[in-house]
Design a protein around this ligand. Structure first.
Ligand code: ZN
Length: 506
């Protein structure tokens, strides 16, 4: 079929708006169907998988299901025969085991919070520097190196929003940290305290980087205790705007805790059939992890049926279509990689690690089609005529104009969805372009498309259930991704990177 367009007819077809369908593609798109999608998603988003949190047993169950299906479909393990690519992660947290201020013992998580603990430490001092608001002038008024300091948390001034005030205050803290005090207290009139909370990060080799200065957030009444030897209250000192040294007995002991986290990306590979093109690979990606359990609610599981059980189901369905095509003599000319990412909800970790350690070099990766949420109707399309017939398309033209055209043509020929480009902007305030796994490909210069249905009432809530998924819509959107991928995997020339909007830094 596609050979017809070669040679003299190529020009003609380029100017021709008549959309010629490929019956072979249509035949295999039918393998993407409601019945299959329902079967996969009912397992992936079941309570048994406990919300698939990275590092927890539910995520392992999802990874095993995905790899089992890849194997059953006839995909190869892409990592030297294995379906798993280990993603080395650490869970890091800071804990304060003791804090005493002028003889009063304070309880971590109840009376104060702590941030920025990156090493163990002990503090024993007899004075504190009250830094007022921590302005440039305040910082120059005293030498604080090695000292314990107290600064007033910034509140919004004038027309400033709470968020803008926070951003301004983060800069103040950075300026203080740059002067190397031993500990920073922040007095806040409306702080809510919490204890150690874990953060999952990609494991870094041990380095000799200097630890950051910890920040303890305290209440204004604790600040009164801290400043009592000045003979004034915290409010009086804050009012006076004057940097001063105050006698205070402070002792603290804190710990930096690092634990290994076991996590894998799932990688299934379909070798291309054209000897000249099979070294190039097209990636379909979706994250199989979600946010885990909801221990306090009546509904204890964040099922993540839409986020991103729907995308995981989508790539399984697309893998079914491609493997069936191959079995029936229509395997794609280029190779195809199906990538189930872990750690997306923890900060796009699986795709960050994958793109730094790809199983197939990124120079040979022609595009990443990433699916994250395709089973529901987002707020803005609810109640609209196209509520079951649209998809947000993000990033398609940010690196390659060809990629954008391929997707548009696939939609015009086959799926006829409303392609909504509202969020297709690196400067959109929602920043969706930076918020799923495709971004890690884009930042390395690999063209991407991100398919997305928009935020809705159950986004990151226990109500993100299979029963609320619109399966015919999920299937139609997955078919669009398939048709776009079918063209990309089979066309003569890979999409050229001819724009540079997409790989700017975060
Ligand atoms: Zn997601």
């Amino acid at each position: 079929m596609r050979k017809i367009y070669l040679g003299a007819l190529a020009l003609l077809s380029a100017n021709c708006t008549f959309a010629q369908k490929d019956p072979v593609a249509e035949k295999f798109a039918k393998y993407i169907n409601v019945e299959d999608a329902h079967k996969h998603l009912s397992i992936i988003a079941s309570d048994d998988f406990e919300g698939r949190e990275t590092g927890q047993p539910g995520a392992d169950k999802a990874a095993n299901y995905l790899s089992g299906e890849f194997k059953r479909l006839g995909l190869q393990g892409a990592n030297n025969g294995s379906y798993f690519l280990d993603i080395p992660l650490s869970a890091i947290s800071g804990k304060v085991s003791s804090l005493s201020i002028n003889g009063s013992a304070l309880e971590f998580g109840k009376n104060f919070s702590a941030e920025g603990i990156t090493a163990d430490g002990n503090i024993n001092v007899a004075e504190i520097v009250f830094l007022s608001e921590g302005s440039e002038a305040d910082l120059n008024a005293s030498n604080i190196t090695g000292k314990v300091v107290l600064v007033i948390a910034a509140k919004p001034v004038g027309t400033e929003s709470a968020r803008q005030a926070t951003v301004r205050f983060q800069k103040i803290i950075k300026n203080i940290q740059a002067k190397s005090p031993s500990l920073i207290f922040v007095a806040s009139s409306n702080a809510r305290f919490r204890g150690a909370s874990e953060r999952i990060v990609i494991k870094k080799p041990a380095t000799n980087t200097i630890a950051t200065v910890p920040v303890f957030v305290i209440s204004t009444s604790t600040a009164d205790v801290l400043l009592k030897n000045s003979g004034k209250t915290y409010a009086q000192l804050a009012e006076a705007h004057q940097v001063q040294v105050v006698k205070a007995d402070i002792s603290a002991s804190y710990q930096y805790i690092v634990k290994d986290v076991k996590a894998v990306d799932v990688v299934g590979f379909l070798p291309g059939s054209d000897p000249k093109l099979k070294d190039e690979v097209l990636v379909f990606s979706a994250h199989y992890d979600h946010i885990g359990l909801n221990p306090n609610g009546p509904d204890k599981v964040n099922n993540g049926a839409d986020d991103d059980g729907s995308g995981t189901t989508g790539i399984l369905e697309i893998a079914t279509a491609f493997t069936q095509a191959k079995k029936q003599g229509h395997g794609p000319r280029r190779s195809v990689l199906f990538l189930g990412n872990v750690g997306e909800e923890k900060g796009l970790l699986g795709s960050e690690y994958y793109t730094d350690h790809p199983v197939i070099p990124l120079e040979r990766t022609i595009a990443d089609l990433n699916i994250d949420m395709i089973g529901r109707t987002g707020y803005e399309h609810q109640g609209k005529a196209d509520s079951s017939d649209y998809v947000y398309v993000i990033g398609s033209s940010m690196l390659s104009t060809t990629l954008h055209k391929v997707n548009e043509e696939a939609n015009t020929k086959y799926t006829n969805l409303v392609l909504d480009y509202k969020y297709d902007d690196p400067n959109d305030p929602n920043r969706f372009y930076y918020r799923s796994d495709h971004y890690n490909f884009a930042k390395h210069g690999v063209p991407i498309i991100f398919y997305f249905d928009g935020e809705h009432q159950d986004y990151h809530k226990p109500g993100d259930e299979v029963s609320k998924i619109n399966f015919p819509m999920l299937v139609k959107r997955a078919q669009l991704v398939f048709y776009t991928g079918w063209d990309l995997a089979n066309r003569d020339k890979r999409p050229v990177v001819d724009v540079v909007t997409g790989n700017d830094s975060k």
